[in-house]
Design a protein. Structure first.
Length: 695
């Protein structure tokens, strides 16, 4: 049974802290360089790092040129490596250091992996650049020229070669491979085969002098290689102290994970520096499992993959400290919504274009030129209407071909009714109003419902009679006008089953919002408003300021806000969207979702972003996160799948997933949530157990 304090340890959830270090070097002074390397290794370990990468030829400095042929320098480098190995004894971190090494009368540019007093293995550089400013073939031999698979260093016999994969036996998701600088600049880097053989972390010790534009290209290399290999990529390069006789050095260091930048060093720093990040090894494993073509690729390269050799060691879990308890990576509160304003605008533009294009295609294919849509004055129907009128613009059809209907019921507030009327006039669609109360009263009477006898029984039947009447009207209106019914329900509602099944708001002829979560729809409406006329912008802002509500149960509101609040019943959409993203996109269990939510929401200082237009709480306690997560888990896994099994056609808009059975999510309608609830129960009620440890 997991103890409460285990919940707060990142390793429990698949995270491992890693570091890329750029020390100050002295040229041809290995003893001094070894001292700096050990100092930074201890510093990184004190901050919870379990893996620390140093630059190419860092024990000698990269810019030794023909000094590499001096025996004094080479002897000193080997002694420096032995000193680092001895100094690493007792440290819970692996060090990867660069040095020149003599093997059978040849000199190799090598990376040595050191841990707890031992040299675990040595990896020679595969590709030697010998063009432009590089002359490595003048001093070194490529890995292919090596004739041995072991070397003797001091009193240790050490594995030698490019095929080594280092495995932490007690942390099965940590398997790393090392390559050196130019190795990642070639069409097929050696680490590609290592990744196919199971390496989750790829490490590159580089020197890489700086020229204009080179920094951006390094980013591209590390990002794309980590994305293709579904791996972490640690990149570190030479910095201050290297010779500037003909070159300059910026000391750039990067940590990428499956294409995402986790951390980057300060370039041109005046001294040595360490950059840390927590790598999600479970995410990498799950991505490989999900993307089955990764396994197919491994099978097609079985010969190269089969050459890989495992080097096993035991890596202790870093002790839980205040430093380790807070993840060294960004955990966005709103994973569907980019924090950067420019990226956010680009995202909104693309999502909107996908929705519009999909609707245009459906209308062109069907030959139907009119749409019927119910307008509530709320968020989802507002955005669907914006997509509909834009589609008409692109088709060269009048906006009046969008037949908008507002259908007030027993709980419709004056605020939303006024917004619906004004919105339809502002965008220029056809506008009509149908009071559904008479037909609802007739149905309630036919059912023998207590409301028909004057009782205020606002049960699910009372609510769904209204939702069903609205959709029934829309479908018959579509028949009458030879039109398609445009659905408005969003991804968040589908996830929670917050939609009336069948001929209710669950159904339509086509739905443009079905894979767009509630938190993103807010931004889409705001983005459209920023480009709209003043009249449209005014009403769109009013919609954004309106409480999210189904408006099916009469309240005491006098027109200021709807009397019924969805989030008061379900819980905050911002937490549900957070859980939805991590559950569907990565398959994370509830305990990890809770841990990530706690990381993202526990501290008001960490977010949301300063210009966020979302109505976001400052923070949530762990108890609140756990409470709302249970709602999500039970509704998502046990009670709502039958609704998702027959959803209308709708375009997928993002990598965060679609819940269509024809898309990302295929699940049985009669599953039980027991397994997920058992994992959810591992989440502590509060973080007092963490405080008791002094963390």
């Amino acid at each position: 049974m997991t103890q409460p304090t285990d919940f707060f340890h990142p390793a429990t959830h698949g995270y491992l802290r890693m570091a890329v270090a750029v020390p100050r070097v002295r040229i041809a002074d290995p003893a001094w360089n070894a001292g700096e390397t050990l100092r930074m290794l201890r510093e990184a370990a004190d901050q919870g790092a379990s893996l620390v990468a140093f630059p190419e030829l860092g024990l000698s400095a990269y810019t030794c040129d023909d000094l590499f042929h001096q025996r004094a320098v080479l002897d000193a480098c080997e002694q420096a490596l032995l000193d680092i190995a001895a100094g690493s004894r007792g440290l819970p971190a692996v060090a990867i250091v660069g040095l020149p090494l003599r093997v059978r009368h040849s000199l190799f540019n090598c990376a040595a992996v050191v841990f707890d007093g031992r040299i675990l293995g040595i990896v020679p550089k595969t590709y030697l650049p010998n063009y432009a400013e590089f002359y490595e073939a003048r001093q070194f031999n490529p890995a292919a020229h090596a004739l041995v698979s072991e070397v003797r260093i001091g009193d240790q016999t050490v594995p030698f070669g490019t095929q080594l994969i280092f495995e932490a036996a007690n942390q099965p998701l940590l398997r790393f491979h090392v390559e050196i600088c130019e190795d990642v600049w070639v069409p097929i880097p050696p680490s590609s085969y290592a990744a196919l053989a199971g390496a989750t972390v790829l490490v590159n010790l580089s020197a890489s002098n700086v020229t204009i534009g080179k920094s951006g290209y390094r980013h591209q290399l590390a990002s794309l290689h980590s994305a293709r290999c579904l791996s972490a990529y640690l990149y570190t390069s030479a910095g201050v102290g290297e010779s500037t006789t003909d070159l300059a050095w910026d000391g750039q260091a990067l940590i990428y994970e499956a294409g995402d930048l986790l951390a980057e060093s300060q370039r041109f720093a005046g001294d040595g520096h360490i950059t840390l990040a927590d790598v999600d090894l479970e995410r990498l494993s799950r991505e490989r499992m999900r993307q089955t073509s990764f396994g197919q690729s491994a099978g097609l390269h079985a010969e190269q993959v089969g050459r890989m050799q495992a080097v096993r060691f035991e890596l202790p879990r870093a002790p839980l400290t205040p430093e380790l308890a807070t993840l060294r990576r960004t955990v966005p509160r709103f994973p569907y919504v980019p924090a950067d304003p420019l990226t956010r605008d680009t995202r909104c533009e693309e999502v909107y274009a996908i929705q519009v294009q999909a609707l245009v295609q459906r209308l062109e294919t069907s030959g139907i030129q009119k749409l019927v849509i119910g307008i509530s004055g709320g968020l989802d129907s507002t955005h669907a209407l914006l997509v509909a009128v834009r589609a008409m613009d692109l088709l060269g059809l009048p906006r009046t071909n969008v037949l908008g209907y507002t259908m007030p019921g027993f709980a419709t507030s004056q605020r939303t009714l006024a917004q619906a009327r004004e919105l339809m006039l502002a965008v220029g669609c056809s506008a009509a109003e149908i009071d559904i109360r008479p037909s609802c009263e007739q149905m309630l009477q036919d059912l023998g419902h207590p409301y028909a006898e004057g009782q205020k029984q606002y049960d699910v039947t009372f609510e769904n009679v209204q939702a069903g009447e609205r959709t029934s009207h829309l479908f018959r209106l579509a028949n009458h006008h030879n039109a398609l019914v445009l659905g408005t329900g969003d991804l968040s509602e589908l996830a929670l089953g917050w939609c009336t099944y069948g001929v209710g708001d669950h159904m339509s002829h086509y739905n443009v919002n079905a894979s767009v979560p509630k938190t993103l729809i807010k931004h889409l409406v705001r983005w459209v408003a920023g480009k709209a006329s003043e009249r449209e912008r005014t009403v769109l802002q009013q919609v954004l300021d309106t409480e999210i509500s189904p408006e099916l149960v009469p309240g005491e509101a006098d027109g200021g806000q709807p009397g019924q609040s969805t989030e008061s019943t379900l819980g905050p959409y911002e937490l549900h969207d957070f859980a939805l993203y991590h559950t569907v996109r990565f398959g994370f269990p509830p305990s990890k979702v809770a841990f990530l939510a706690w990381q993202a929401w526990r501290d008001a200082r960490r977010g949301p972003w300063p210009d966020s237009p979302l109505v976001a709480r400052n923070q949530y306690t762990l108890a609140q996160i756990k409470k709302h997560l249970r709602t999500f888990v039970f509704r998502f896994f046990q009670t709502s799948q039958f609704k998702r099994s027959c959803v209308p056609n709708a375009p997928k808009v993002g990598s965060g997933g679609s819940l269509s059975p024809r898309g990302d999510w295929r699940a049985p309608s009669d599953a039980h949530a027991t397994t997920w609830l058992a994992d959810w129960a591992r989440v502590p009620e509060e973080d007092s157990s963490l405080k008791e440890t002094g963390t």
